[in-house]
Design a binder for this molecule. Structure first.
Ligand SMILES: [Zn+2]
Length: 202
């Protein structure tokens, strides 16, 4: 952001049409995050319409000046949270920082003659990608653990559900799908309950 300005002041600068400058998000040194331009719309950030059109861009306030342009720890922490959130909402499974114009994470200096985002943040980009990818991976694991088991074949079905499943297969009522039995846990429980109620006894 080339300066330690508040997210509100930055928004005022961006809202002036003559500036032709903006970003989707801004992060202040206090760690607060602002949305200036909705993600679906292009922000005028990197002087490259191709990049701006596809990217979600973020400006981070600097808590110090040239040549390093450091950002505060609070701003850095907010940046990690924001990037992780953007990836999740846009179904980006992994960040790929190539340090060029390719990949799905780019820096301003690759598109225009600028020191942006400043050496401090620029050097942290591989670390940002690694940390965000770690968080995205953890999310996937949580989802997997929360997902209910699916019994692919009769041998996978726990003993409490085996008699019911065998009965329904024998009667032709339960046939699975093209790739096997594929019976989800909650459905098995429901079938067993119905069986105990005598619904499958003729
Ligand atoms: Zn920039």
């Amino acid at each position: 952001m080339a300066g330690n300005v508040s997210i509100e002041f930055c928004g005022e600068i961006f809202s002036s049409a003559s500036r032709q400058a903006s970003s989707n998000y801004g992060i202040g040194s206090d760690g607060r995050i602002a949305l200036y331009v909705d993600e679906a719309h292009r922000a005028w950030t990197t002087s490259s319409s191709a990049n701006d059109n596809r990217a979600v861009t973020i400006e981070v306030a600097n808590c110090g000046g040239a040549p390093n342009w450091p950002v505060s720890d609070k701003a850095y922490a907010a940046l990690l949270d924001l990037v992780t959130d953007i990836c999740k909402r846009n179904n980006i499974k992994q960040l790929n920082f190539t340090d060029g114009k390719t990949g799905n994470m780019t820096v301003h200096r690759k598109f225009a003659s600028t020191a942006c985002p400043g050496d401090y943040l620029y050097r942290l980009h591989p670390q940002i990608a690694a940390e965000v990818n770690k968080r995205l991976g953890q999310k996937d694991k949580e989802d997997e653990e929360m997902a209910e088991p699916v019994y692919k074949e009769i041998l996978d079905v726990p003993s409490w559900g085996r008699p019911t499943v065998e009965k329904l297969i024998a009667s032709g009522a339960l046939q699975g799908d093209d790739s096997g039995l594929n019976l989800p846990y909650t459905m098995l429980r429901m079938l067993v309950i119905h069986d105990r109620m005598g619904l499958y006894d003729k």
